[in-house]
Write a protein that binds this ligand. Structure first.
Ligand code: SF4
Ligand code: SF4
Length: 370
């Protein structure tokens, strides 16, 4: 069952959508790329000399990719979003009202969490704040002593119903990991839609006013940057220094740390690569930049990803490609059947998109991995 979205929220989204806007979800446009299997086929069909991920792993001593101890439960509470960014790997957007985690599934996630030693709950979407049970989930995780991450697109904080969230997060010690493709307006707006940069700056200003971004570990503001184009993420430490100086000088705002993420060649970024004629070159860049030092820190090794309907995945990218975790009996794995020992013994499922995580300094929801 999907959680029903309040009519008032949908009206707010519709009004936020008016104005300059660059795209709709693949699903809303009926794109041939919308089904995950179509995306996997496109990637598999590319002629790539070093295009087999398992072979690449084996050449550096990883015959099988197996989990390390579970540290992070990542819960994707839905695909509804107030934005429709060009690079979105979720194919999220205002039309994705049907895919939202219901209360029963959230309670199943909490019951599963209680069976693990995971120290962090990473809440993502879409815009996770739009799920009607979002605040309940955060409170329940905080009550369990977990470190909670909200993956925030920033612009959501400007909608009137969410204006209290910076202070609400601050009271609970929630880490806000906010996505900002670039510290310059033109680059951010080209990926996320006109006007996004200014809204994002205003949202960071509000987070700063609530105590975020000033070095307090209980009010940590992390900026997640991803390349605006078909290239790899820039070195994380250098980018952090540059952006801190730039955003403070030009906008008077601060953040605590910056992490980088390579764009995954799936969903809307895959479409963008195809349209620009960059797909072959981008995949060659990823495969030729395979870095063995990134493998131990792959996020699929210490994280488990739950989708809005409760299906379990090795990571959020596999979730979007509908590649659930491998099970001994071949059944579709669901959070209601959560078995930590069986999951720990599983083999992680990989395909060509995985080269996005091992290229260069590596890439994950926690940033570079090498
Ligand atoms: S990238 Fe993030 S903010 Fe943009 S459409 Fe996707 S989920 Fe929403
Ligand atoms: S895409 Fe997922 S499964 Fe593949 S390497 Fe990255 S984190 Fe692991």
């Amino acid at each position: 069952m999907s959680a029903p979205i309040e009519l008032a929220i949908l009206e707010e989204l519709a009004s936020a959508e008016r104005g300059p806007k660059r795209t709709k979800s693949l699903r809303a446009r009926g794109s041939t790329l919308a089904p995950p299997e179509a995306q996997l086929l496109v990637l598999d069909d590319l002629p790539l000399e070093r295009g087999d991920f398992d072979t690449a792993l084996a050449t550096c001593g990883w015959r099988e990719l197996r989990p390390a101890p579970l540290e992070i439960l990542q819960i994707n509470v839905g695909r509804l979003c107030n934005m429709t960014c060009r690079h979105c790997h979720v194919d999220a957007g205002p039309d994705r009202v049907a895919e939202n985690m219901d209360r029963e599934t959230i309670d199943l996630c909490l019951a599963a969490l209680d069976k693990t030693a995971a120290h962090t709950v990473d809440i993502t979407g879409g815009a996770p704040e739009l799920n009607p049970h979002f605040r309940y989930l955060v409170d329940q995780c905080v009550a369990r002593g977990k470190h909670v991450i909200d993956r925030c697109n920033l612009t959501i904080l400007l909608l009137p119903r969410f204006a209290d969230l910076p202070a609400w997060f601050a009271e609970r010690g929630v880490e806000v990991v906010c996505s900002l493709p670039h510290c310059r307006k033109r680059n951010t707006d080209s990926q996320r839609g006109d006007g996004t940069f200014e809204k994002s700056i205003e949202a960071i200003r509000r987070l700063n006013a609530a105590g975020y971004g000033h070095g307090d570990p209980r009010r940590r503001l992390t900026v997640m940057a991803n390349p605006v184009g078909a290239f790899l993420a820039a070195p994380q430490a250098a980018l952090e220094r540059e952006w801190k100086a730039d955003l403070a000088r030009n906008h008077g705002i601060t953040f605590d740390r910056l992490i980088t993420l390579n764009n995954m060649p799936i969903s809307r970024f895959l479409e963008w690569l195809q349209e620009r004629g960059n797909l072959q070159e981008y995949m060659e860049r990823l495969t030729n930049s395979f870095n063995p030092a990134t493998v131990a820190g792959l996020m699929c090794r210490n994280t488990l990803s739950v989708s809005w309907d409760g299906t379990l995945h090795d990571c959020d990218f596999n979730q979007m490609l509908d590649i659930p975790v491998a099970t001994a009996d071949g059944r579709r794995p669901h959070i209601r059947d959560f078995d930590p020992d069986a999951l720990q013994a599983r083999r992680i499922r990989t395909r060509r998109h995985c080269f996005g995580c091992t290229a260069g300094a590596g890439s994950s929801c926690g940033g570079a991995t090498a």
